[in-house]
Design a protein. Structure first.
Length: 205
């Protein structure tokens, strides 16, 4: 099974690239969705979060109180690092289970959509890493359209890896500075060159 990891900073369009891969008939595992599941009611990460931060950060239904936690972590990098460590550990464990299940079912290609490219469970499982990148002003415009203030968008970008750091761990950089049709064409060419050359199945999009 050939595993492609798609990563990139907030506002770069990595999830759009992952959606295009899904449109091309590839199985896609979304780390954000998995991370939400491990922090839902009685999720795998909840006991460790409660132990580290206190029961006041857990809702009465047993899920993570996202609003309260967001207030804490975006003002406190140490708390953000601790939360990220816990959530990503459990997210990667669940992703490994899904990966193994897909491989056992005979899947030929799987795409991992992961915003934070940790070594264990992501980089060590990927045969190839694609980094989606965009100029900062374009990213800020996209994030403002999502409802984030410029200050909040810059703050979220600041706690992530730099574009150079993302690029350093990638095999392929995808530049998403233009329109959707140009991004689609770029992804089509990469699928043809990287999967087609290996005889792996995909649908032209």
């Amino acid at each position: 099974m050939f595993v492609i990891g798609i990563t990139g900073g907030i506002g770069t369009g990595k999830s759009t690239v992952a959606s295009l891969c899904r449109e091309a008939g590839l199985a896609v595992l979304d780390a954000d969705k998995i991370s939400h599941s491990v922090t839902q009611s009685d999720g795998f990460a909840i006991p460790e979060i409660a132990e580290r931060f206190g029961q006041e950060y857990i809702n009465t239904d047993g899920s993570l109180n996202r609003a309260k936690m967001s207030d804490l972590v975006f003002e406190n990098k140490k708390a953000l690092d601790a939360l990220s460590f816990i959530v990503h550990k459990h997210t990667m464990k669940q992703m490994a289970v899904y990966l193994d299940n897909l491989e056992n079912s005979g899947e030929k290609v799987v795409v991992l959509d992961v915003p934070i490219p940790v070594k264990e469970g992501f980089l060590d499982r990927c045969d190839q890493v694609w980094n989606v990148t965009s100029d900062q002003d374009i990213r800020l415009n996209r994030l403002e359209k999502r409802g984030l203030s410029r200050t909040e968008a810059l703050r979220r970008m600041a706690v992530q890896m730099t574009p150079e750091e993302y690029s350093k761990i990638a095999n392929i950089d995808i530049f998403n500075n233009h329109n959707f049709d140009q991004l689609r064409e770029q992804v089509n060419k990469i699928l043809a060159s990287e999967l087609g050359s290996r005889g792996l199945p995909f649908n032209k999009i």
